[in-house]
Design a protein around this ligand. Structure first.
Ligand code: FES
Ligand code: FES
Length: 156
């Protein structure tokens, strides 16, 4: 077992984890942050996306011990109190979800797209960058619309 100390959603956190434990297990099982989902065992679905030191990462592809000292942002840290983040609000407004299982990963991936592309976030870029996120429900049309609207709301 190894002690991992990190910051999650701005708050210091620590846990004793098995060396082979994944970051997603640390978040869900030790810290009870179950908004980060596990939708596959092949690193393909993107339901587990979080930000590590500001960059989107599939948390099922990283060992928990590798996050020692890192700042992690999960979907639980995106809203401000009761106020949804503009990207979350855009998903709500544009019906960018049905069952919602993929949504935390979609939102975290979308925020990373805005970080990387800013105002240049056009539909082709969104579709290309969504390659690592799978939705079994929506057909993506409204997810793309939501991300475009969310990016506009964020960047003015
Ligand atoms: Fe991480 Fe599917 S659970 S990519
Ligand atoms: Fe159901 Fe995407 S809304 S998996």
């Amino acid at each position: 077992m190894t002690k991992v100390e990190l910051k999650v959603n701005g708050t210091p956190a620590s846990a004793e984890v098995e060396d082979q434990a994944l970051l997603v297990e640390l978040l869900r099982e030790h810290l009870k942050l179950t908004g980060t989902h596990v939708g596959c065992d092949t690193s393909q679905c993107g339901a587990c996306v979080v930000h590590v030191d500001g960059v989107a990462v599939k948390s099922c592809t990283m060992f928990a011990v590798q996050a020692d000292g890192a700042e992690v942002l999960t979907i639980e840290g995106v809203a401000t109190g009761d106020r949804l983040h503009p990207m979350q609000e855009a998903f709500r407004e544009h019906h960018g979800l049905q069952c919602g299982f993929c949504t935390p990963g979609m939102v975290m991936a979308a925020l990373d797209m805005v970080r990387r592309h800013g105002r240049d976030l056009d539909e082709a870029t969104i579709r290309h960058d969504l390659e690592g996120n799978i939705c079994r429900c929506t057909g993506y049309q409204n997810i793309v619309k939501a991300i475009k609207a969310g990016a506009t709301a964020m960047t003015g």
